[in-house]
Design a protein around this ligand. Structure first.
Ligand SMILES: [Mn+2]
Length: 314
């Protein structure tokens, strides 16, 4: 792997004609906002760019659907750009070996990035969207109001609306700059936080009623069984874990969502506990205060395995 700066990344992209973009599994607002802005920017500069996306967009990110639709075509391409993940196995594709071509990672997660050919990687950035913004500006791409909306969505989702530990001065400045370019904070908040369905609310009430505390309250666990959700749709539980994290005394918060294929685990921490290390150990990934895993086992087994692996130094 060669670690590169934005200049070299821009040059690599400029030299490529056909480019495939891919994000991580269970793509979040940062991943999708980054994919959107990158695709729109590359197309505006005359590139043949497409996005590999395994599933349709969740309701709250449908405002990005003019550029992002489910697409599992794997064209021959000059360059693959992998966004918002440090590992091949976290990519939104079942078998990463099917990706043919050199891969440039653009990412802000801790990790080695050693499986990639090139990495534009800075774990001091609040969001991958900040790296994409910088890269597009290096390439002299005009950031349109819709691209600004997408990048802004990336910043607010990864900083949890500018409250998480990773909120930097740079993130606030970039948000202001994106507003100058046409980003609409009110509209984006309405999409991202205001797309709950009655089924999501009922799932929330079920999940909250499952609260369990371990290790004298330092660990808080919420869970949601498959049968408590809409028959056809998995509930949007991404933010449920924040209720557990916000409990006084909680250091590690766990949200377990049983889906048709697996158990989705959302992890959050306070006081510096590194949930990304825990997630990596169990096959997932993320950041120190926020991480996730997909586990192929029952909800009870997932809970047991997690509790066995959450260890405090004191
Ligand atoms: Mn991110």
């Amino acid at each position: 792997m060669e670690k590169i700066g934005a200049d070299k990344a821009a040059a690599l992209i400029e030299a490529a004609g056909k480019i495939l973009l891919i994000g991580h599994t269970d793509p979040d607002g940062d991943c999708l906002g980054s994919l959107y802005a990158m695709k729109a920017g590359l197309i505006s500069s005359g590139k043949d760019a497409s996005v590999y996306l395994r599933k349709d967009l969740p309701l709250k990110y449908r405002f990005l659907s003019d550029e992002l639709q489910k697409n599992t075509g794997l064209p021959q391409c000059d360059l693959i750009v992998a966004l918002d993940t440090p590992q091949l196995k976290r990519l939104d594709i079942c078998d990463p070996a099917r990706l043919k071509g050199p891969i440039l990672a653009v990412d802000h997660h801790p990790g080695e990035h050693s499986e990639f050919f090139y990495a534009l990687w800075d774990d001091g950035k609040s969001a991958c969207a900040l790296l994409i913004k910088e890269l597009l500006q290096k390439m002299a791409v005009t950031i349109t109001p819709k691209m600004a909306d997408a990048l802004y969505a990336g910043i607010i989702t990864d900083t949890n609306s500018f409250v998480n530990q990773n909120t930097t001065r740079e993130a606030f400045l970039a948000a202001g700059e994106l507003m100058d370019l046409g980003a609409r904070p009110d509209a984006i908040a309405k999409y991202v936080y205001g797309s709950l369905t009655p089924g999501d609310i009922s799932a929330l009430s079920k999940a909250l009623s499952t609260l369990e505390l371990y290790d004298r309250g330092r660990i808080a666990v919420l869970s949601l069984k498959r049968e408590w959700q809409d028959e056809n749709n998995d509930a949007d539980t991404e933010l449920f874990v924040n209720y557990a994290r916000n409990l006084i005394g909680t250091e590690v918060a766990v949200m377990l969502t049983e889906t048709k294929e697996s158990v989705r685990v959302n992890l959050r921490s306070k006081n510096g506990y590194d949930v990304s290390a825990l997630a990596r150990k169990l096959g997932g990934g993320g950041h120190k205060p926020a991480a996730g895993i997909r586990m192929k086992c029952s909800l009870e087994e997932a809970k047991k395995l997690l509790l066995e692996n959450i260890k405090f130094d004191d």
